[in-house]
Write a protein that binds this ligand. Structure first.
Ligand SMILES: [Zn+2]
Length: 246
């Protein structure tokens, strides 16, 4: 169910206590020579769709908000096509979105984020703490979630490699170009700790890390299931904190 495809009476009729708006958060950012600029959008949308399927088991339903793509993407700024925005915009957008939702009776927002640029992540986390409603936001870079994802993801070589290419192969295979590329086994996590600020400085001259050649739709399907489950668990956790929660 997509928010923007409904009419206002349809939104008005939704049960606020059992329906959860989910915001997919991505970027317009270079993802190697083989994946589209909207790769993080596609992954977050796949996560949101998977969560919607799994929420039904708990008597809940998700409704997917329009994807938010205009975010900080400084690490990819040297590559054509990347559009990078200031962190203040992320904070402002979230505040306004939360305000609109709260005014219409919503008390919980779920955030599906798969864009890990450090400035983006920091601004997102800071903004989410001050919103007018409760937020379910599993930060996938935290150990407790990262451990449930693939070994390449955990290695920090987690941009346009096997992990992300597999998800796009499942979700939108027509958008994956030739991905038989040489491995780039550098950790972006370590590069960030060392103070690097671009993909090229971090050892990724073609804006990818990891092993895209090993990607498969099977791995992508498994990861999408797990991402959806992680978001559902976070939603259930946050619902416990709501005053109206059963
Ligand atoms: Zn990505």
């Amino acid at each position: 169910m997509h928010w923007k495809l409904l009419t206002y009476p349809q939104i008005q009729a939704l049960d606020r206590s059992t329906t959860v708006p989910i915001l997919p958060v991505g970027a317009v950012e270079a993802h190697g020579p083989h994946l589209p600029l909207c790769t993080d959008d596609l992954i977050s949308e796949a996560m949101a769709e998977s969560a919607c399927r799994q929420l039904a088991r708990h008597g809940l339903q998700g409704i997917i908000l329009p994807t938010w793509s205009f975010n900080p993407a400084g690490f990819a700024r040297e590559f054509s096509g990347t559009l990078s925005f200031s962190p203040e915009l992320t904070a402002r957008m979230l505040q306004d979105l939360a305000q609109s939702l709260a005014l219409q009776g919503w008390s919980l927002l779920a955030v599906a984020n798969s864009h890990f640029d450090p400035i983006h992540l920091a601004s997102l986390k800071a903004a989410l703490q001050e919103l007018a409603l409760a937020v379910a936001f599993p930060d996938l870079t935290r150990g407790k979630y990262a451990r449930r994802l693939t070994s390449e993801f955990q290695s920090g070589a987690c941009h346009a490699g096997q992990y992300e290419t597999s998800i796009v192969l499942t979700r939108s295979p027509e958008l994956v170009h030739q991905h038989d590329l040489p491995p780039v086994p550098h950790s972006l996590v370590e590069a960030i700790v060392q103070g690097r600020t671009t993909f090229a400085e971090s050892g990724g001259p073609q804006a990818y890390f990891g092993t895209p050649a090993r990607a498969s739709a099977e791995e992508g399907q498994q990861t999408i299931e797990e991402l959806g489950l992680i978001l559902v668990e976070s939603i259930l956790e946050q619902r416990q904190t709501l005053p109206t929660s059963p």
